[in-house]
Structures are given as structure tokens and as C-alpha cells.
Design a protein around this ligand. Structure first.
Ligand code: APR
Ligand code: PHB
Length: 396
């Protein structure tokens, strides 16, 4: 490896230019804390990712506080409830009546676009197509990143490293293997997702459990719908024609929704695996993990982006106290604080996945338990309130 030809320094080096890295960078910059974002991909590539967009109130408040909530407030859709269905019996969880709360439906791609535009405005330093990034000396007092950019080897010295580089990033691997503890469940099915330029089937989302498998009716805008069906892990997207997808979706959602369904050509179609995963600790020396770098949830609870937001909130507050008050306590407790909320969201996402999906090894008794749980949900205000408070987001 050539010795770095260009060296610079910053206070916080942020690895990853997705939602976690950009939101942290925005919050730190607004507090006068210098930071540099290093992203492996181009901005266009990052903005080409199709991702869920159900924002908890905490995420909405954080984006507004970061000065990036304007377009969300204009184009986002406030949802005061969500539909659940099982074997054609549909019912609504009324967030407003149960717990006086709501969520914001606004695509993650748009959140990321807003964050990039905000970073342009404040002149935040961002490098794209960074290669071969190495994180060095995080167990010392002066960590650094080495990487290649435009064919030159560069070194970035910093006070702290924020590992916001997602599940396949390099940050988590910097934690020694005898320190890192990993917890994982890989689900025996995937989600086949379709994006279509069609009006959504309903004003709110519908999560449907069915003997043929799970289905979800979601949306991006009033003219752009997002649908999913559970498929076997071995399925390939090429096996699914648009017609086959629409026909299977119709079978799994309540009849009155199936009758309203407006179909159209898929403008995006893909299969994603489902996983629950948590890495502990989320802090090692001067390295702090945020978002998918530390945890993954099955999308059934729409928690991925929202957990990234609460991690970022905790780390931002800790760094702010360190730099402004000389108080390192937030940094010392960051991992425990973030993980306390992560595990509760992991539980909720796992429970929603277990409630609504068909698992290969399920017995007749298991299916009866699922039906009883859905019956209890339908008939109990307490049960619906519990689901509502988890779905709209537990407090930070
Ligand atoms: N060097 C620099 N950047 C990297 C590296 C690396 N070695 N490895 C990965 N990255 C970049 C990726 O290209 C990506 O843009 O880090 C970014 C991580 O972004 P995400 O994977 O979106 O993770 P995060 O920012 O934590 O956002 C979590 O994204 O995956 C969804 O469901 C998830 O909604 C959740 C959200
Ligand atoms: C989506 O709109 O892509 C979406 C919404 C809610 C989920 C998962 C995905 O739980």
C-alpha cells in the first residue's frame, strides 16, 4: 500500500453516505462539529435504492430539527392508522384514537435526497466512490481512515469514527472478534416487491396474513404504489411475471381491496431476504456504529430507517456534550442506550413477522396460535394500543 499522498483531519469521520451518515453529518454540522462523509458509491447509485418510507414521529421530529423536513411536510402523507388482515378479515388499528399518534409515509430515497441537498447547502465535505477504506487506531486517541480516491491514497485523521456503512460495510469488522457478539435469525422466505405507477389500493397500508403467505399494500405517493408478497427463498424475480404477481396479491388481501386493486406494469421488481440481526457492542474505542452497520430488522415493522434515526440522535447528543461541555458520559453509554431501543424494535419486527407470515415448519397448533393472536388483536383495545405504540415508535 502506498503511503498516503494527501492527509487531512476532521473531528468526526463518517463512513457511509446513506441515511445514517447523512443525518449524523447534518446534525453535527449544525452544531459546528466538523465532519467528513466517505461513501463507497456514487450519489446517483445511493439515490437509486428503493427503500421503505414509514417514518416514526421521532424520525419526523429529528428531520425537522435538522432542517430537512420541508419537502417531507409538503409531500409526505400523514397516516393515523394501518390496516391488518388475516384470511380475508380486515380491521384497522386507529393510532389517533388509541394513542393520539401518527406516522409519516415518505420514501427513504426522498429522505436521502433531502439530506444530500442539505449537505450541499452547508458545504459539508462528502467524498463518493471511495475505495478500499481502512479504519485504523480506533482503540487509541487519534483514529484515522485510509482510503483511495481518484487514484490517490488519502488519510483522514479524526477524533471519532461513525460507522454508518450498513450491513455490508467495514466498520463492524473493526471491533475485535473476541469482543463482538452477534445475534441473528434468517427467515425462510423473502419479499417480492413491485413498484407501479398506479393509485394505492387504500389510503393506508394493509398488512395481510394468509394461508398462501404474507402480502403488504403500501405506497410512495398518491400515484405510486409499492406492493409485496412473501415468496420462497429459492424464488428468482425472473420467475414472476407482473400478471402472476398481481394475481397472487389479489388472493392474499381482503376481497374488497382486491376488487379495488389497480394494476399496471412494474417499474421496479425485486426479491429481498429477511433477517433479524444485532451486533453488540455498538461502540469500540473511538468507533461508534449507527443503523444497519449494527442491526437489521425484517421490514414487517418498518423499523430500519427509524432505528438508524434513533441511533443517530443518541450519537449526535453524545458528541455534542463531548465537544460543547467536555462531558464524555453520553459516548460511554451510547451503546447501551441505543441497544435498549434496538432490541425493543427487533422484538416488534420479529413478532409482526411471526404473526403475518407462513413458516415452512408450522404445525396445526402453530396456525391456531396465529389465528388466536389475530382474534385477540381484533377484539382488544389493549392489544391494539400495544401494537400501535410500537408501530408509531417507542420514545427515544
Ligand atoms: N466505505 C464507504 N461507504 C460504504 C462502505 C465502505 N466500505 N460500505 C458501505 N458503504 C455505504 C453504502 O454504499 C451505503 O450508501 O454505506 C451506506 C450505508 O447506508 P445504508 O445501507 O442505507 O444504511 P443506513 O445509512 O444505516 O440506513 C439504514 O437503510 O438499508 C436501509 O432498511 C435500512 O432503512 C434502513 C436504512
Ligand atoms: C414500503 O412502503 O416499502 C414498506 C412499508 C412498510 C413496511 C415495509 C415496506 O413495513
Amino acid at each position: 500500500m502506498n503511503s498516503p499522498s494527501i492527509s487531512q483531519s476532521t473531528q468526526v469521520a463518517i463512513v457511509g453516505g446513506g441515511p445514517s451518515g447523512l443525518l449524523l453529518g447534518q446534525l453535527l454540522a449544525r452544531d459546528g462539529i466538523d465532519n467528513v462523509v466517505l461513501e463507497r458509491r456514487s450519489r446517483e447509485y445511493v439515490l437509486g435504492r428503493i427503500r421503505a418510507g414509514v417514518l416514526e414521529q421521532g424520525t419526523v421530529d429529528l428531520l425537522r430539527g435538522a432542517g430537512v423536513g420541508e419537502r417531507m411536510d409538503t409531500e409526505g402523507m400523514v397516516h393515523e392508522g394501518v390496516g391488518l388482515a388475516s384470511e380475508n378479515r380486515g380491521f384497522r388499528i386507529d393510532f389517533r384514537a388509541l394513542i393520539d399518534a401518527s406516522v409519516m409515509v415518505y420514501g427513504q430515497t426522498e429522505v436521502t435526497r433531502d439530506l444530500y441537498q442539505a449537505r450541499d447547502v452547508i458545504g459539508g465535505e462528502t467524498h463518493h466512490e471511495v475505495e478500499n477504506l481502512r479504519i485504523l487506531d480506533v482503540d487509541g486517541t487519534r483514529p484515522s481512515l485510509e482510503f483511495e480516491l481518484d487514484g490517490k491514497t488519502r488519510s483522514l485523521q479524526c477524533d471519532f469514527v461513525a460507522g454508518c456503512d450498513g450491513f455490508h460495510g467495514v466498520s463492524r469488522g473493526t471491533i475485535p472478534t473476541d469482543v463482538l457478539r452477534e445475534y441473528e435469525r434468517v427467515y425462510p422466505f423473502g419479499w417480492l416487491g413491485v413498484l407501479s405507477q398506479t393509485p394505492p389500493v387504500d389510503d393506508e397500508l394493509i398488512y395481510a396474513g394468509h394461508e398462501r403467505g404474507f402480502a403488504l399494500c403500501s405506497m410512495r405517493r398518491s400515484d405510486l404504489s409499492r406492493y409485496y408478497i412473501q415468496v420462497p427463498l429459492e424464488d428468482r424475480v425472473e420467475q414472476w411475471s407482473d400478471d402472476a404477481f398481481w394475481n397472487e396479491l389479489r388472493r392474499r388481501i381482503p376481497a374488497e381491496a382486491a376488487e379495488r386493486l389497480v394494476t399496471g406494469p412494474s417499474i421496479e421488481k425485486s426479491i429481498a431476504p429477511l433477517r433479524s440481526y444485532v451486533a453488540e457492542p455498538m461502540h469500540w474505542g473511538r468507533l461508534f456504529l449507527c443503523g444497519d452497520a449494527a442491526h437489521i430488522v425484517p421490514p414487517t415493522g418498518a423499523k430500519g430507517l427509524n432505528l438508524a434515526a434513533s441511533d443517530v440522535y443518541y450519537l449526535w447528543q453524545a458528541l455534542r456534550r463531548h465537544y460543547h461541555d467536555g462531558d464524555a458520559s453520553g459516548l460511554e453509554t451510547y451503546s447501551d442506550t441505543a441497544l435498549a431501543r434496538v432490541w425493543k424494535a427487533e422484538r416488534f419486527s420479529w413478532s409482526m413477522t411471526r404473526l403475518l407470515h407462513r413458516f415452512p415448519e408450522q404445525t396445526a397448533f402453530d396456525l391456531r396460535m396465529m389465528r388466536a393472536e389475530m382474534d385477540y388483536l381484533m377484539s382488544s383495545v389493549a392489544a391494539q394500543s400495544a401494537l400501535a405504540e410500537n408501530y408509531v415508535g417507542l420514545p427515544y
